[in-house]
Design a binder for this molecule. Structure first.
Ligand code: VGL
Ligand code: ZN
Length: 207
């Protein structure tokens, strides 16, 4: 069984959003085209309480892009984004939500960030996604979405670690690139960890 993971296709990561990813909206039609071909479709939402620890606004004197140490983990600070219940946290309105089987909310703990859809950044808590996928008999996990150099990367790395055959749909992702080259480095790190790189156009009618 295969699963398509749609990572954070939310308004705040789209052009004009609070944490806009360049061309983020370009991947939505790819998601719509691919969803019917998969056994299981999972969408994730970054879902922060107001005042979340990853917001630069919570760290006096700091700006988005600065890095702080939080509980022994390096934390990049971001503009306030994906606050629970806000318009920015909603999935893009053109995403065909009828095709989504399961939604995962992450980053819900005010004191710990969570880039991966599986575990928080301190690896204290699991979202339950591994159990869900195993119960559904999923062996192959295809990952696409936003952002390549953060949530997509850590999601793909954890999928490998939890024993799934993991594939990255490269043209279905866009990245933040805080530093030039971050996206390429993220793709290389995923490939080195065993993630197979694929392009959506190479898909046959069925995966
Ligand atoms: C993300 C930064 C902060 C992501 C989430 O979805 O990649 N990036 N929160
Ligand atoms: Zn976030």
């Amino acid at each position: 069984m295969n699963a398509l993971m749609l990572v954070d296709l939310q308004n705040d990561f789209m052009p004009g959003g609070a944490l806009a990813v360049a061309e983020g909206d370009r991947v939505v039609p790819i998601a719509n085209r691919l969803m019917p071909r998969f056994d299981v479709v999972v969408a994730t939402q970054d879902w922060h309480p107001a005042g979340h620890c990853s917001f630069a606004s919570q760290h006096p004197g700091k700006s988005p892009g600065d890095v702080v140490n939080l509980g022994g983990v390096q934390q990049v600070l971001w503009p306030d984004h994906c606050v629970q219940g806000s318009t920015g946290a909603e999935l893009h309105r053109e995403l065909n939500q009828a095709e989504i089987d399961h939604v995962v909310h992450k980053g819900t703990d005010a004191g710990i960030d969570s880039y991966s859809d599986f575990y928080d950044n301190q690896r204290i808590r699991a979202t339950g996604l591994t159990d869900y996928l195993r119960k559904r008999g999923v062996t192959d996990v295809y990952v696409m979405g936003l952002a390549t150099d953060y949530c997509v990367k850590y999601t793909a790395l954890d999928a490998v670690e939890d024993g799934f055959h993991t594939l990255l749909i490269k043209d279905g992702c866009r990245g933040v690139n805080l530093k030039p080259g971050d996206v390429e480095a993220a793709v290389s790190a995923m490939a080195a960890a065993g993630v197979q790189l694929v392009e959506s156009r190479n898909f046959a009618q069925d995966v």
